[in-house]
Write a protein that binds this ligand. Sequence first.
Ligand code: ADP
Ligand code: MG
Length: 211
Amino acid sequence: MSLDAATITAWMTEIESSVRAERDHLIQLDAAIGDGDHGTNMARGFEAVVQALGQDTGSGPGRLLVVAGRTLVSTVGGASGPLWGSALRAGGRILGDEATFDASQLVDVLATALASIKDLGTAKLGDKTMVDALEPAVDTLRERVTAGDALDVALDAAGAAAEAGMRATIPLQARKGRASYLGERSVGHQDPGATSTALIVRALQRAVGKQ
Ligand code: ADP
Ligand code: MG
């Protein structure tokens, strides 16, 4: 399957509509263990991304991801903006100026995005952050693509892994970000960033499914 600029635009559009639909839920989750702005941050950020990509005609997929990342950094004040912003920028850079990319390059984009988030935020698996959803998704996607599964099947498994990782944040105590200030009181709540990350992975599955 050949992926291209339209895949990236579709991915960002799918993220925008799902974070908008889940905005209040993300706000509630962040109100419980943070400052309640995560739904607003993600909705505002991806609305700006869709707008920016709408004005960008003729760019390749790598360039579009870089523009998306830069837009998130400049429009989102919370931790999630710089983290996802640098992730998309780093992921876009590895695609270079090519017009198309394949499934294994998509794995590389997501793995690079994860590495960038871990680098910037210094969170490890189990710290109750977005990493807890993204890392299992990337690992699963890589395994399935390497095993020769069709990309839509591999992405479905990655989406399920992200959701399992998201749910697994509930019993954890936060060790990074604002929720970590609560100490043991962060236990028993699902991490908002892991929740939006699962939406981002499912959005990718839908975007690729539309190709
Ligand atoms: P803020 O915490 O600044 O209000 P958001 O509410 O938009 O920003 O995002 C909160 C989410 O960001 C958390 O639920 C968590 O998943 C993620 N997060 C916070 N700090 C880190 C970090 N250091 N590394 C990875 N993810 C983080
Ligand atoms: Mg917040």
